[in-house]
Design a protein around this ligand. Sequence first.
Ligand SMILES: [Zn+2]
Ligand SMILES: [Zn+2]
Length: 674
Amino acid sequence: MRVARVALDVPLCTLFDYAMPEEYRLAPDSLVGRRVVVPFGRARSVGIVLESDVEAHVAERRIRAIGRVFDDEPPLPGDVLEVLRFASDYYHHPVGQVLLNALPQKLRRVPVRDGSRATKAAAADTAQRVTPPAESAAAAPEPQLTGAQQRAVHAVLSSRDTFAPFVLHGVTGGGKTEVYLQVVAELLRRGRQALVLVPEINLTPQLTERFRGRFPGVTLVTLHSHLAEGERMRAWRAAQDGVAAVVIGTRLAVFAPLPRLGAIVVDEEHDASYKQQEGLRYSARDLALLRAKLRGVPVVLGSATPSLESYANAMGGRYRLLELPSRPGARLPAVRCLDTRGQRLWHGLSGALLEALQARLERGEQSLLFVNRRGYAPVLMCLACAWTSPCTRCSARLVLHTSERRLRCHYCGHEEAVTRVCPTCGNQDLTPAGHGTQRLESALREALPAARVLRIDRDTTRRRDAFATMQARIRANEVDILVGTQMLAKGHDFPRLTLVGVVNADGALYTSDFRASERLYAQLTQVAGRAGRSELAGEVLIQSNFPTHPLYEAVCRQDYAAFATGALDERRQLGFPPYSHHALLRAEAARRERVDDYLARAAEAGAALRFPVEIYDPVPPLVARVGGRERGQLLVQSSSRNELQRFLSAWYPQLEGTATRSVRWSLDVDPLEV
Ligand SMILES: [Zn+2]
Ligand SMILES: [Zn+2]
């Protein structure tokens, strides 16, 4: 019997056979990619047809009929289906869950109303979603491009309708966005759609504003997980119908259907946010490359600090490297290390840094103090017995938040009141150890009482519009010193900001994670890039006990190529990615022995398969217990991506087979943290 195979939102790596509707017998291919309602068990479910007119896998009497085809909406296009199927295979995640989760929620549910009403509702929806062009608004003028920008725009546009991957390496403030805008302008003239991916929701309003300013008559939609259900659905439909010419979105937008796609931009391509950390652990950057390849269009990976993977591809000639080496209309900031060895610091601040802050204050310029730790201090410590506020549910320490007078766990959210007395030895002299944003904020208020200090971290930006309000205050010059975490490091442009101070960055130099130095380099470059973006000259001061470390020297010279070349050499010698490929099996359970036992059996089963892959011993991650659950992980490495994939396919059924109810496990292919 000939049937259609349908993907359903169930945790099984299989498709389901259904009888094809009569009206599709003559054109079975037109059923592929369509949303359908099918009977499943005793209920009905929404599914997506992946194969049509194929021989049934199950007995004819067990085959039921498709209940309804949503033929009033276009099917998912071939490239989206292919990217989703690839993601399911490559990341080893159930195919139906991958497909259905890529849709806006509304499209995953069986509609309550009958067909005719639903069609009417859909028609009303269409009327609403076509945005009338704002003809009265004048477009922002196109600025004169530098020679480097012109060459980049030209290179991307001349690879018309062929797959061409580019790494756009531009210094911070080097005008990457202007390159994107002029590429998109030409795509619009050609009647094509552009997909622009950004790492964080915080960055979408800014970029959207610039695109709207430049293309006022054009329908532009944003796609990210914080949209209300209806909004997301309308944006998705506008992309699918080809109404939206520009789609700006976070990683999930890589799955948006775009019938007239002309190019993909991945801004800040090195950013870890492109990797989903739960469920389908996909890399939106990698899938964007695949999508561009399937559609035969150019893809631009933009960054001031490209990921070492992308840079190695550019060096190897697989991607083309485009450089924006200088800032149009401004100079790069001067970057220096402040040697803090043997210095007395005041709440973590050196005299030189305080003086520099004071000088900016007198000139009416803004400063940014960057520390990668929110809260007041990392821990509360007893100097008598070395007790350090532990979390009862995690193998982590509670962070002191003085403004709320609480100790808070940043892993599980557990909170308790600040204790006055050491619970171990009874000592009453407990001291905050280390420095967080709150501590720096209060230290600055004390040292520079005239300064208007604003702290920006996850604690002060919980409210929906808090971050936007703060940005407006900074632009209105109502702030002298910003104190913040990495939230402030990315993509923001404050014209009066001339000084960036960095405190407590050294920690990343001596962690076990081989990616720590790459992240630190990127972070310091990004945060340094906030200084001196207008005609005012910028200065960056990095406090360190290791001022001659090669990483800091490269940061100070702003020499990405030197850093990347050195780091890649090291990776090659050690056999780490991009010179090998990783997959990580993670497991967690309430009891440690369950985790250890599961991982030991998984390792044994893997070894018995005899593939040319290296299976490391199971180890606990950096924080081994979170929220009362014990965690463990097992790393598999191979020099061949294909061999690793073949191994994982053979291993997967055994991982499922040996798992018990008490153990939760997941597979992470190309993990960012090992
Ligand atoms: Zn004590
Ligand atoms: Zn905790």
